[in-house]
Design a protein around this ligand. Structure first.
Ligand code: F6R
Length: 239
C-alpha cells in the first residue's frame, strides 16, 4: 500500500494524474467513481484538465460505487445527479457510458448484474474511494462479507445521520442503498482512496495498520496489490 501525505489541493492534483496517464495509454479505460465530499476536489481538477485539453473521457466507461434506493434518477439527492453536476456535465463522457447500480423489487437479478456488466466492460482499471468514519467503503458497512458483490444495503443510523447533511433532515435520507460489494471493489486493477480531516484519522489508522477484518471494511485494502492512499496531514495523524 502506497501512502501520499500532502495538502488537499496537492492531493487533488496528484490523484488526478492517475487519470491523465491511464486515459492517455488506454482511452477506453473503465473508471470506478465515488460520491461524497472527498472526491469533489479531484472532480474539479479533472474538469480543469479537460478544459485545458489535457484529458479526454470520450471513450471511457464509468461505474459508480453506489446509489440510493427509492430516489428518482433526476432527484437532486441521487448520486447520479451528484456525478453529473460535479463531473460528467463538465467533461466529454457520453451519458450512455456512465453506469450506476440499481435495485428493483420486480427485477431481483438487476443488482448482481452490475458485477457482470463491469466484467463485460473489461473490469475496472481505476477505482476511486472515500472512507467513512466507521471504515466503510462504498456503502459496505462494518460486518459486510469480503466476498460480497453488488448488493442492496440497509443503511445504518450513523451513515444516515452523516449523510443527512445533504438532505433537509434525517427522515429524508433513504433507508436503503445499492453498493458495489467488497469483492467488486477488490477486483479493480488499481485503487486510489482519498481522505482529509482529523475525523478520518482513526479509520485510516485501522485500515492501514489494524487487523484485516470485515469489522473494518477498508482494512481489506491491505490485501490488494495496487492501492494508493491520498491523505492530508490530519487524516494521516494516527499513522
Ligand atoms: C460514496 C461512498 C462513501 C463515501 C464515504 C465518505 O460513493 O461510497 O463510502 O466515500 O462515506 O464520504 P465523504 O467523502 O463525504 O466523507
Amino acid at each position: 500500500m502506497k501512502i501520499i501525505i500532502d495538502t488537499p489541493e496537492k492531493l487533488y492534483k496528484l490523484a488526478a494524474e492517475n487519470y491523465v496517464s491511464l486515459l492517455s495509454e488506454k482511452p477506453r479505460a473503465v473508471l470506478g467513481f465515488a460520491t461524497g465530499s472527498s472526491p469533489v476536489g479531484i472532480y474539479d481538477e479533472l474538469s480543469a484538465l479537460y478544459r485545458e485539453g489535457k484529458i479526454s473521457f470520450e471513450e471511457a466507461v464509468t461505474f459508480n460505487l453506489d446509489e440510493y434506493v427509492g430516489l428518482d434518477t433526476d432527484d437532486s439527492q441521487s448520486y447520479r445527479y451528484f456525478m453529473f453536476k460535479n463531473l460528467f456535465d463538465r467533461i466529454d463522457i457520453p451519458a450512455s457510458s456512465v453506469n450506476f447500480p440499481s435495485y428493483s423489487d420486480t427485477d431481483p437479478d438487476r443488482t448482481a448484474q452490475y458485477d457482470k456488466n463491469i466484467a463485460n466492460a473489461g473490469g475496472i482499471d481505476l477505482q476511486l474511494l472515500g472512507i467513512g468514519v466507521n471504515g466503510h467503503i462504498g456503502f459496505n458497512e462494518p460486518g459486510t462479507a469480503f466476498a460480497s458483490v453488488t448488493h442492496k444495503v440497509k443503511l445504518t443510523d450513523s451513515t444516515r445521520k452523516a449523510n443527512s447533511r445533504f438532505f433537509a433532515g434525517i427522515d429524508d435520507v433513504p433507508e436503503y442503498a445499492v453498493s458495489m460489494g467488497i469483492k467488486t471493489v477488490m477486483n479493480a486493477k488499481k485503487i486510489i482512496l482519498i481522505a482529509c480531516g482529523a475525523i478520518k484519522a482513526e479509520a485510516i489508522a485501522k485500515a492501514v495498520k489494524g487487523e484485516v477484518t470485515p469489522d473494518m471494511p477498508a482494512s481489506v485494502l491491505q490485501l490488494h496489490p495496487d492501492v494508493t492512499l491520498y491523505l492530508d496531514r490530519d487524516a494521516a495523524s494516527l499513522l
